[in-house]
Design a binder for this molecule. Structure first.
Ligand code: NAD
Length: 507
């Protein structure tokens, strides 16, 4: 889709329908308590809307309706090919409304419109389509039980799935959860992050229009400690699929332990290394990947390569190129399509990032670029920042910043690079750059992370699983056919064919 001008995007923003109610059982509704919370445009400080602040009563209602729909079989027992058609119809509606959804998402999250239009929306549609297309091509299994039994291993939808989402990729995270969960036949309740609620509400409206039956896809809006916790502890929720911080992910394990042992899958934080070895070639290309890896989505990205671990022999040439490229990443109004970095999502996140930048300076980091807030009216903007002379023990080398901040750590050997790369509690993603295929394989194997990309930054694609080692994840993977495992239970059906006689007669 070709991009519009800033003024054209603004006029779409000015005329948008802003969904504000929770979406339960196929209808928008206020919270039972009547409570609301504000959602704010972080690029301007303007209050966009007051959103229903759901609590236990609303969660009870959403779970009851989800359960009723599941037991009635209106979706769970629908033929997979029919479910596929409905999800494909949803994709068509998202495509038809893509521009409006992109603007809605941008004004609420601060994300640059060009990224949402070029990456988030197309990838979300592709993800939903991929899972819908897969679901009528997945076969169950037979176990080798001999001639006297038929032993089937079948997969069945789990039931009521709660998806708890972060704010950094509102539409894409919906697609990552909703695609496989719905395609597998579950009822799904989404709890979007309170900073970015409206994309999920719009998606739910479109799902109803596409033919997803009432109760099968609901959105419970609200705060983490109330709506999120109520879902986590609910006896009627069979599974929680969570994406967010490691700290909050832990709560969901506790909630499950203290309630019904619901299945829990966690996709959490990262402090991802980008390792550049002394034989890395095409340093211009390497620099491009590094800049993209750290500044894409303002660094509010779980797979952000926020630690550059570079061999001393290539460092000078590489850093020159990084600085040169980074200057092209303009920061400012997210609705201006020439800006590649937009606003930081919230005051809390903005203060946290600036706190880390201050800490980096205090602990002896040398600022090569940026290192400060940008004054743009009431907007929350931070300069893309690059620190050199960072050592692995410094705070900004250890903690997830979730902002546009790169820390450069210099090493003298491949062994040291791998040691530093693994010196973290996280293990989500990593990149390695080298011209030698043998070293590439050895280093990729040695780094403890769920995804390791060689000679590029990335997360694989929809066909490859995504999730973390160590404290970056728990219990399963998003994306690929393996995502369907999260949302299905495995059942053995053993049929005894013997009738006690051994004469080999057929009847
Ligand atoms: P967060 O953990 O603060 O919030 C995530 C969700 O949990 C939100 O919906 C929030 O309302 C809810 N929540 C908060 N407190 C809760 C509580 N006490 N009980 C129940 N629910 C609660 O995360 P965030 O700030 O929205 O997102 C940033 C984090 O997400 C980063 O750490 C990032 O690395 C991670 N993330 C990971 C992936 C991945 O695939 N691994 C993808 C995107 C983001």
């Amino acid at each position: 889709m070709s991009l519009l001008t800033r003024d054209e995007y603004q006029s779409i923003a000015d005329s948008l329908h802003l969904p504000t109610g929770a979406y339960i059982n196929g209808k928008a509704c206020a919270a039972t308590s009547g409570e609301t919370f504000e959602t704010v445009n972080p690029a301007t400080g303007e209050v966009l809307a007051n959103i229903a602040s759901c609590d236990q009563a609303d969660v009870d209602k959403a779970v009851e309706k989800a359960r009723d729909a599941f037991e009635a079989g209106v979706w769970s027992k629908m033929h997979p090919t029919e479910r596929k058609k409905v999800i494909i119809q949803l994709c068509k509606l998202i495509k038809r409304n893509a521009r409006e959804i992109a603007v809605l998402e941008s004004i609420e999250s601060g994300k640059p419109i060009q990224e949402i239009e070029n990456v988030d929306i197309p990838e979300s549609i592709h993800c939903l389509e991929w899972h819908a297309e897969a679901v009528d091509k997945i076969y169950d299994q037979m176990a080798p039980a001999g001639d006297d039994a038929v032993a089937m291993i079948v997969r069945e939808p789990i039931g009521v799935v709660a998806a708890i989402l972060p704010w950094n990729f509102p539409m894409l995270m919906i697609a990552w959860k909703l695609g496989p969960a719905l395609a597998s036949g579950n009822s799904v309740i989404i709890k979007p992050a309170e900073q970015t609620t409206m994309t999920a509400l719009r998606a739910a409206e479109l799902a109803s229009e596409a033919g997803v039956p009432d109760g099968v896809f609901s959105v419970v809006t609200g705060l983490g400690e109330t709506a999120g916790q109520a879902l986590g502890r609910h006896m009627g929720v069979d599974m929680v699929s969570f994406t967010g911080s490691t700290e909050v992910g832990r709560y969901f394990l506790e909630y499950a332990a203290q309630s019904n042992l619901k299945k829990v899958v966690l996709e959490c934080g990262g402090k991802n290394p980008c390792v550049v070895l002394d034989d890395a070639e095409h340093l211009d290309v390497v620099a491009e990947h590094i800049v993209n890896a750290v500044f894409w989505n303002m660094g509010e990205n779980c797979s952000s390569n926020s630690r550059l671990i570079v061999h001393k022999d290539v460092k000078k040439a590489l850093v020159e190129r990084i600085l040169h490229r980074a200057r092209d990443w303009r920061t400012g109004d997210p609705l201006d399509p020439s800006n590649r970095l937009g606003a930081i999502v919230s005051q809390e996140q903005y203060d946290s990032i600036l706190g880390y930048i201050a800490k980096g300076k205090e602990e002896g980091g040398k600022v090569l670029m940026g290192g400060a807030a940008m004054k743009e009216g009431q907007g929350l903007f931070i300069e893309p920042t690059i620190f050199d002379e960072i050592t692995p023990d410094m705070t900004i080398a250890r903690e997830e910043i979730f902002g546009p901040v790169l820390s450069i750590i210099t090493v003298g050997s491949t062994d040291e690079a791998v040691k530093v790369a693994n010196d973290t509690k996280y293990g989500l993603a990593a990149s390695v750059f080298t011209a030698n295929v043998r070293r590439a394989h050895r280093v990729a194997r040695a780094i403890k992370a769920g995804t390791v990309t060689v000679n590029c930054f990335g997360e694989g694609d929809i066909s490859t699983p995504f999730g973390g080692y160590k404290q970056s994840g728990f219990g399963g993977r998003d994306n690929s056919i393996h995502a369907h495992d999260q949302y299905t239970e495995m059942k053995t059906i053993w049929v005894d064919l013997s009738d006690g006689e051994t004469d080999g007669e057929l009847d």
